[in-house]
Structure formats: structure tokens, C-alpha cells
Design a protein around this ligand. Structure first.
Ligand code: ZN
Length: 243
């Protein structure tokens, strides 16, 4: 399966140092290493500084799943690229949206809500990620009811998303906040998963439970990719023969 990793790659000044130390090849580089180590996964990466903002049609066509990490500059993604992303998701490309990608044009477009709206605090507090749908493929291999992320940015409700088609994770925070943190939706032929953990100044994407979720999520989302399905904008007539 083809995994395309996209990163905004413009950390805030106060985060540059920590990010360089934790993710010397960038968050996209760390994710590419994770997926690239899987024998059944081929990986490409793109960043906002690339031509077509790293979201070229050819790469989107190639991808079975796009793993997307956007941040503060989400408004700068061109509408033309958002249109292309939406078309690919509706025709089957999986989309895994990480952490600050809750604020992204493509997420809001696919959900129809102001997905950037949630409660947030930057701090060094723990989070407890509860599996609330243990039979879901994205939870496979997690052998406890919850895992703890020692430090992360805190997100909380109200999070303006439509009720997920499948809610896999619910996160509780040290400060008492709660968040629907691992959410699945089906859009057209495509599958969308949002996962909230992973502020760039903490080593969240090296934590084994999180890596399990990231791998599972890419596989689950890519499973909706079916090249060759017809374009539905047609009127083919009845299926049964005339009597
Ligand atoms: Zn963050």
C-alpha cells in the first residue's frame, strides 16, 4: 500500500529547537521511517514548501492513504489543493489527520463544521487515551483499556465535529478535560481518521502505543482505496432486463 505523508513544516519559533531535537528529519521524516519499516508499505513525503504545496495531483493519485500533519498556517493551503484532496478522499483515498490538523481546510470541508474549534492549552501534562471500541482495527494490538502519554498539549471538548461514525479513542487529561480523540468517518468511498495526540515539542510519535495506532490507522484508512471504481456521475439505466 502507498502511504503519502504530508507536513506543514513551519514550526512556530518557540517550537523550532524542540522539534529539531526530537524530529531531526522533521515530523514527516519520523512518520516516513515508521511506515517505511513496514514490508507492505511504500512511502512518499511532501511539505508545504514543495511545488503544489507538497500536494501534487500525481502524489494524491498514487496514495492509498494520506497521513496529514497541518498546523498554524492551515489557511494558506490553496483551495485548489483542498478541492483535489476532497476529490481523492471521495474516490477512495484514506486520510489520517494528526493533532493540529483538526484545524485544516480539508477536515472542515469533509466534516461541514468548524473543526478548528476545540479547547486547548499548551502545558506539560499527561493524558490518558481510553480505547472505547476495542474491536476496531485501529485498536488492534493495544492490550490495555488505556495508555498514558506522559506529556502532550491538552485538547478538550467542545470539539466541533459531527458525531463520528466510529469513536475509537476518548482522551482524558490531567486538567480534567475530555476529548473524542480517535474518530472515524466515511466520506464517499473514502475513510477519514482523526487522532489528536502528538504536539511537536514532545516525543509522542515514538511511543509504542501511538506508533501502533498510527500503523493501524493507515491500514484501516487505506482499505477504502479501490482504484477502478466507476465515476458515479452517470446514468447507466436499469440493471434488470426488460420482461
Ligand atoms: Zn500542538
Amino acid at each position: 500500500m502507498n502511504v503519502f505523508v504530508w507536513y506543514e513544516n513551519r514550526p512556530l519559533p518557540e517550537a523550532v529547537e524542540a522539534e529539531r531535537r526530537l524530529y531531526p528529519r522533521g515530523i514527516h521524516g519520523a512518520l516516513a521511517e515508521l511506515y517505511g519499516a513496514e514490508p507492505d508499505m511504500a512511502v512518499r513525503t511532501g511539505v508545504m514548501q514543495d511545488p503544489d504545496q507538497g500536494l501534487a495531483d500525481a502524489d494524491l493519485e498514487w496514495a492509498d492513504v494520506l497521513v496529514y500533519f497541518g498546523h498554524k498556517h492551515w489557511r494558506e493551503v490553496a483551495d485548489d489543493r483542498v478541492d483535489a484532496l476532497q476529490r481523492r478522499v471521495l474516490s477512495g483515498m484514506g486520510l489520517v489527520l494528526l493533532h493540529s490538523s483538526h484545524a485544516s481546510k480539508i477536515f472542515a470541508r469533509l466534516m461541514g463544521t468548524r473543526t478548528q474549534c476545540l479547547r486547548w492549552r499548551e502545558n506539560d501534562e499527561w493524558q490518558r487515551v481510553w480505547t472505547v471500541m476495542p474491536g476496531h482495527p485501529i485498536a488492534w494490538g493495544l492490550d490495555r483499556e488505556y495508555f498514558v502519554i506522559p506529556q502532550d498539549e491538552t485538547y478538550g471538548e467542545y470539539f466541533e465535529i459531527p458525531q463520528p461514525d466510529e469513536l475509537v479513542f476518548l482522551t482524558t487529561a490531567q486538567g480534567g478535560e475530555v476529548l473524542r480523540s480517535g474518530c472515524c468517518w466515511y466520506r464517499g468511498q473514502g475513510r477519514v481518521f482523526y487522532f489528536s495526540s502528538g504536539h511537536e515539542t514532545y516525543p509522542v510519535y515514538y511511543q509504542p502505543e501511538v506508533r501502533r495506532v498510527l500503523l493501524n490507522a493507515a491500514r484501516w484508512a487505506a482499505a477504502g482505496s479501490r482504484p477502478g471504481w466507476p465515476d458515479w456521475a452517470r446514468n447507466p439505466g436499469p440493471v434488470n432486463p426488460a420482461p
